[in-house]
Design a protein. Structure first.
Length: 154
């Protein structure tokens, strides 16, 4: 019998850590840190988020995010713009200048996926994705319950 409790957590952690290390290596030519490529990757999925929305999606603090945006903005890769309905709110937008980086990030991400899934057939990959979606759903539900309990206790 397998000792799932002492295996699954380490595997999740190790897969995420090694994936990040390889992707960091891929992004070195662009001078991007892991935190910076996470900001860009989040904006590629949904451009024009507010700084608060970015903080929530990335699960980082406002001060940390502000510094990341400052550095990306200095490179001309993102820009802060006032929200048309509330000038106190800043929205973050990627610029045209980051288009080549975006193309390379997608290409490298696809390369990393192929590298990661080497040796698995299409059916196994589909099963893995389906199983990971279930695990993510379970953890999302647990995280939401934790957040609700924190908000209710406050």
């Amino acid at each position: 019998m397998r000792d799932w409790d002492n295996t699954i957590g380490f595997l999740f952690h190790d897969v995420a850590r090694f994936r990040s290390l390889v992707y960091d290596h891929f992004m070195q030519p662009h001078g991007l840190t892991r935190a910076q490529w996470r900001v860009l990757g989040t904006l590629f999925r949904k451009d024009g988020l507010t700084q608060r929305q970015l903080c929530d999606r990335m699960d980082i603090g406002a001060v940390t995010l502000s510094g990341l945006i400052d550095r990306l903005e200095a490179r001309g890769w993102v820009e802060r713009r006032e929200d048309p309905s509330d000038r106190r709110v800043k929205r973050i937008w990627i610029t045209d200048q980051v288009r080549d980086v975006r193309t390379d990030m997608v290409r490298r991400s696809n390369e990393l996926n192929r590298m990661s899934l080497k040796g698995l057939n299409t059916e196994q990959i589909d099963q893995l994705i389906d199983m990971m979606k279930i695990v993510k759903g379970n953890l999302t539900t647990a995280a939401e319950e934790i957040q609700e309990n924190k908000n209710g206790a406050a």
